[in-house]
Write a protein that binds this ligand. Structure first.
Ligand SMILES: Nc1nc2c(c(=O)[nH]1)N[C@H]1C(S)=C(S)[C@@H](COP(=O)(O)OP(=O)(O)OC[C@H]3O[C@@H](n4cnc5c(=O)[nH]c(N)nc54)[C@H](O)[C@@H]3O)O[C@H]1N2
Ligand SMILES: Nc1nc2c(c(=O)[nH]1)N[C@H]1C(S)=C(S)[C@@H](COP(=O)(O)OP(=O)(O)OC[C@H]3O[C@@H](n4cnc5c(=O)[nH]c(N)nc54)[C@H](O)[C@@H]3O)O[C@H]1N2
Ligand code: SF4
Ligand SMILES: [Mo]
Length: 711
């Protein structure tokens, strides 16, 4: 397939990276003469990255002209047939037919959409509206449940609002003490490390809580190495010590919070020896840590997926928030608790109605006033809006069953690789009457579809993103999309039209954004005063920004929290064991996460030469003592087995991990799909699955590949 790749009329264009929530600024220049497709990329001087890009950002332009790029819709009549190329007309007819049959036979909720936190604000908003207004269905949720939901639930409970960082990233450099809990930015957001390094140069001290001695931990002053799944006990233990040593900021607690007395009493049972037994963190290390946190002018506690992707993830986040409140941090200059958002638009993606229970502006679907406001903007009757639906994993778990979704659109997620209990998710997708996937590449999920729609990529379309700081920025079009692809915005508008609801939808990003502004007006995530022009002039605008005169809100909580009485809420939260603990049959703990060169389900990075050169295959990290017990050598094949499935990977021996725990990345497919193993036990508040701990058995692999029942 040869593509008309280069839009030579395009000079250098400033835009942002396709990958993570740092949304590094980048400049893309068309270079028709250059090898490999005709675009060149440089880091731009944007406030988060100041010119730096990690290897993923630097290699991202390889994707624009990639030979695997889908440029024609693909269809088939039966799943055992190969795909054939089709016109857009035929493909969209088939999608409408698939969705319509499901609705007619099983009711409106039988047609649904699974979205992603990589979508622009415009597309995420359009997806939520499409499902509610064009399909009249309750069935929409997205991969952010697997990412930000625990921290989001905790922030909402404690602060009354969910913005990952309540301050600009640059504030990190001005904090005197920073504790990172289950966060490894040295690998997951390398350019952000500059802010940490700048802090250390000023004399700041950093602590890292991670079962592995990561590159982030290596750069810090103190490493706490807990058993996976015990952060809640650790936070409570630190709070116990803060109370014991009279380090609590009683004036702040009295002025700015409620619920302290109950928490103070509850912390009595977290005496240090007990917490050391649960977490494995020595009492003297806890003593040192709590003094560092309390005896500093400006202290931050930063949380990420290591602490949050647990069946008690939202309570764990609340435990760290309790500690931050007791020390008087949130709202103080260069201080506070924050969670580091992950996906490119992980923040905006969770604000505009992609969640089963949510309407734009972070409004709740169950709230009559919210329904009336948004229905007014959309020009529909509030009673027409469906009720809240079920969350991401629950939706996937019920696909093709009575009461479940029968016809599903997947837009910007590769669940066959990234959802927990992936083999089961694959079976459920296969049980659907109809599956349509929109992607730039034939992802493992797209391979299962009846219809595949080829979409435009980040640099080929206009839109806004909201980065980890809550800064709304513009991703400008810097390249011409190949002939034959369409943006998701256009596709959803066209489908709505074919479903008889076209009058309610636009395919123009600016028009959609302006409508989003009105829909969000008065909500918690208020974008009403943010325009494309202002974003341009001000290098991004921080929400909430309720009107054109408002300057935006880089820092939250200075005077009040977003609760009705303006006070932050303490919550009593107690440690409990992980959903699965090691036993005779599955004697070790498996935790999962990221490696530096690959991104998420790997659809993009497993196709990028520079990144495959950096890391051609996954490895499971094993302590040499454990490896010796198993008879596994460096580079040897290991078979990993849990109650849900098996996977096979090479061993990387490392003294940097606890000997009772192994770590594996989730970026790989086939028999290296680590999510064939992970536990779908869900957090009751956030519906987050327990990606970060389950019980696993390990053996040196002697079987042949064929005998391994991977995914
Ligand atoms: N290279 C790369 N960068 C990425 C991504 C990517 O896929 N690849 N994805 C982006 C996205 S969507 C996200 S959400 C972010 C995630 O960014 P991070 O949260 O930094 O990444 P993870 O590797 O998932 O987890 C962080 C750390 O948690 C540790 N951990 C595991 N279990 C526990 C536990 O029980 N307690 C504690 N305290 N720590 C634990 C792991 O050892 C790991 O080092 O990264 C973003 N950036
Ligand atoms: N074991 C384990 N599993 C995990 C995690 C973990 O730590 N451990 N982390 C979880 C987390 S935090 C996350 S965020 C999820 C992410 O997991 P996924 O949801 O699978 O994320 P991606 O791989 O980014 O999937 C995006 C897909 O959409 C495509 N795409 C990109 N942009 C667009 C677009 O604009 N439109 C369309 N239509 N398609 C697009 C990409 O090519 C890719 O195939 O994984 C979760 N799974
Ligand atoms: S840190 Fe994130 S946004 Fe920046 S270049 Fe790397 S992947 Fe892209
Ligand atoms: Mo994520």
């Amino acid at each position: 397939m040869s593509l008309p790749l280069v839009d030579v009329s395009t000079g250098p264009v400033d835009t942002h990276c396709p990958y993570c929530s740092l949304q590094c600024g980048m400049t893309i220049t068309a270079r028709p003469e250059a090898e490999g497709g005709g675009y060149e990329v440089d880091g731009a001087n944007f406030p988060t990255n100041r010119g730096a890009l990690c290897e993923k950002g630097r290699s991202s332009v390889e994707l624009l002209a990639h030979p695997d790029r889908l440029t024609t819709p693909l269809v088939r009549d039966h799943r055992d047939e190969p795909f054939r190329e089709a016109t857009w007309d035929e493909a969209l007819d088939r999608v409408v037919a698939g969705l319509t049959v499901a609705r007619e036979r099983f009711g409106p909720d039988a047609a649904g959409l699974f979205g992603g936190g990589g979508l622009t604000n415009e597309k995420a908003y359009q997806a939520g509206k499409f499902v509610r207004v064009a399909l009249g269905s309750a069935s929409i949720d997205y991969n952010g449940r697997f990412c930000m939901s625990s921290a989001a639930a905790a922030s909402n409970k404690a602060f009354g609002i969910d913005r990952g960082m309540p301050f600009p990233l640059a504030d990190v450099a001005r904090a005197d003490t920073v504790m990172l809990v289950g966060s490894n930015p040295a690998d997951t957001m390398p350019p952000a490390m500059r802010w940490f390094a700048a802090g250390r140069e000023r004399g700041a001290r950093h602590l890292v809580v991670d079962p592995r001695y990561t590159a982030t931990a290596a750069a810090a002053d103190v490493h706490l190495q807990p058993v996976p799944g015990t952060d809640l006990a650790l936070a409570n233990g630190l709070l116990h010590l803060a109370i014991k040593h009279r380090l609590v900021d009683t004036a702040y607690v009295a002025d700015r919070t409620t619920g302290w007395d109950a928490v103070r009493r509850a912390m009595r049972q977290y005496w240090p020896d007990r917490v050391e037994r649960i977490t494995g963190v020595p009492v003297r290390v806890m003593e040192r840590a709590v003094r560092m946190l309390a005896e500093s002018r400006a202290t931050m506690i930063l949380s990420a997926r290591g602490a949050e992707q647990h069946a008690k993830g939202s309570d764990t986040a609340l435990a760290w928030i309790n500690l931050a409140l007791a020390l008087g941090l949130p709202g103080r200059p260069f201080s506070g608790w924050a969670t580091v958002t992950g996906q490119g638009n992980g923040q905006g993606g969770r604000e505009h109605g992609q969640k089963a229970d949510q309407l734009p502006g972070y409004r709740m679907l169950a709230d009559p006033a919210a329904r009336a406001h948004v229905a007014g903007v959309w020009g529909v009757d509030p009673d027409e809006l469906p009720r809240p639906g079920v969350s991401a994993y629950e939706m996937l778990d019920r696909l093709g069953t009575p009461g479940g979704v029968r016809a599903l659109m997947v837009v910007a997620s590769n669940v066959v690789v990234s959802a927990p209990r992936a083999a089961h998710v694959r079976e459920r997708l296969q049980a659907l009457d109809f599956l349509v996937v929109s992607d730039m590449f034939l992802s493992e999920t797209a391979e299962l579809a009846d219809v595949v729609l080829p979409c435009a990529q980040w640099a080929e379309e206009e839109g806004t993103m909201t980065n980890l700081e809550g800064r709304v920025l513009r991703r400008r079009r810097a390249a011409r999309p190949p002939e034959g692809v369409r943006s998701d915005l256009e596709v959803l508008a066209e489908l709505a039209d074919r479903l008889g609801r076209g009058a309610f939808f636009s395919d123009d990003p600016r028009t959609v954004f302006d409508e989003l502004r009105r829909a969000s007006s008065g909500g918690k995530a208020d974008y009403a005063g943010i325009s494309y022009e202002r974003i341009e002039a001000e290098r991004g605008v921080f929400w909430p920004c309720p009107d054109d005169e408002h300057e935006g809100t880089p820092r939250l909580f200075r005077d009040r929290f977003a609760t009705p009485d303006g006070r932050a809420r303490f919550h009593v939260v107690h440690h409990r064991a992980a959903a699965e603990s090691p036993d005779d049959e599955y004697p070790y703990r498996l935790t999962t996460g990221r490696s530096r060169a690959h991104y998420q389900s790997g659809t993009q990075t497993r196709r990028t030469k520079a990144l495959l050169d950096a890391e051609a295959e996954p490895a499971v990290e094993i302590h040499p003592d454990l490896a010796a017990r198993l008879g596994v050598a460096e580079g040897g094949d290991v078979l990993l087995r849990t109650r849900r499935g098996t996977a096979r990977m090479r061993a990387r021996l490392s003294r940097e991990i606890r000997p009772d725990t192994v770590f594996a990345p989730f970026h790989w497919a086939g028999e290296q799909t680590i999510n064939a193993l992970t536990n779908p036990a869900l957090d009751p508040a956030s519906r987050m699955p327990e990606f970060k701990v389950c019980a696993v058995a390990l053996e040196a692999a002697t079987t042949t590949t064929e005998e391994v029942p991977g995914v």
